[in-house]
Design a protein around this ligand. Sequence first.
Ligand SMILES: [Zn+2]
Length: 574
Amino acid sequence: MKNTILISIALFAASLVACGGDKAPQEEAAAESAEAVAVAATGGNPTAEQASKEITGDYMRGIVVEISDDRYEGRGPGSAGDEMARTYLAQRMEELGLEPAAEDGSWEQPFDLVGVNAAQPDSWTFDGHGKSMTLTQWDQFIVGSGVQEPRAAFDEAELVFVGYGIQAPEYDWDDYKGVDLTGKVLVMMNNDPDWDPELFAGETRLWYGRWDYKYLSAARQGAAGAIIIHTSPSAGYPFQVVQTSWTGVQFELPAGDEPRSQISAWVTEDTARELIAMAGLDLDALREAAYNRDFKPVPLGITTSIGMDVDIKRVQSANILGLIRGSDPELKDEVVVYTAHHDHLGIGTPNDDGDVIYNGAMDNATGVAQVMAIAKAIKALPEAPRRSILVNLVGAEEQGLLGSEYYAANPTFAPGKIAANLNYDGGNIWGHTHDVTFVGLGKSTVDEIVTMIADEQGRVVKPDQFSDRGYFYRSDQFSFAKIGVPAMYLDTGTDFVDRPPEWGREQQNHYTEVNYHQPTDEYDPSWTFDGMVDDALLGFWTGLAIANSDDMPTWNPGDEFEAARIEALKALEQ
Ligand SMILES: [Zn+2]
């Protein structure tokens, strides 16, 4: 960060004052929030520049090397390695002088997890139209239990192709059309409609395009099970990620009274094509029909049965909470929350080299390291920011954002008092960039702050550069957004300094294809932390600006999470 931020922000504020009273309402709003940034950066805190120097590559590297070591066994929730990581991170927080911020004065906000391990059958048979087809587990299908019970099973349930399996009244879209699907097995396409910017935000993947929505949607219909047809473009990752993520113990929060199907399955695209051909139909033609609002479910005349023993065990993990108490008597009950998940996949299926430890070095030791470095810099300020800062290293993210979901259901600050959530999931290991990815850009007034600060860094802010992969809904900021908190996720840019234009995307695609959720996501001494320093600095200044502003950020009008925020703010008045 250059010192010019103080000058340019002061000038910007002055020019706003100069243009006075005849502003359009929209300009007025922009002016207020720009002023907020000005107050933030200049509000008696010129030593912040000095404090920001605490964010160093060495500090971050130390944390990454430690918790991605084999001794931590990949930090699977509830494992010895998970506990070791939690203890280590709490110690580092204590060392920084944070306050333990869980309810009982502890560093840990514990939560129960139900570990569900289905004995997936080696094969799975489908019958119909006088034919029979048997699929092979791993290569053709992956199946998980939908229930937290010792057995997941159904007999001779009929397959029905349901297109996307989406019900979205706001887009006038309902793939079920009132058809009774009780006891059926729903075969679904992944993703959401992506060809029209006015429909499901075009290529941007919404919650409707995620597997968790789809299985829930099937359960709401009373379906016996759901089978998602995998394609790499529609999932955002190759089938090997399904194979490694959906085998072994799957953790969930304890079941409530929500509807559940017996099984949740995936098949490869080729397998789906063969199955559907058995019904005398063509997958491409069915998909074509499903691209239309008028689509109706198509019974396939194929039945199947399945029965799996399910091993259930209960374990505990925890979110690690450390607080920097705000300095303003009126605003200190409000908070800016930084999150990064500390867990990864633990010990799992060996890769070709026989490695069974899923170290999760990039995912997400690097995110943890960035958030810890930000906390270190904030602690180095001579006076704490006006609002409080909560460092929340959440657990069990890889199992479906469970730690952050638990926190959102049991927050230590009322949701309406949480000013914003800044999440880190993954870090830039390749060097300085001309850009930074802002997952959540276009959704809230945080945009202006981040854009202004990135500009001071000489960088441009870009929206999610892989928006079809739905990253906004794939990490912990989503749990905060759902309870109304303006939330965002800062991620690696793609335009690297002194590299050809396509180089960055190539590196990231290579990581996704080869190392993402694999035992090879290991620390490599060749990693450079320069880019992570830049990204952590951006998060530091952004959090500081938000924590020092008069007003909290707001969602842009009409955003999908605005209603939840209004509710959260209303709840404060009661
Ligand atoms: Zn992650």
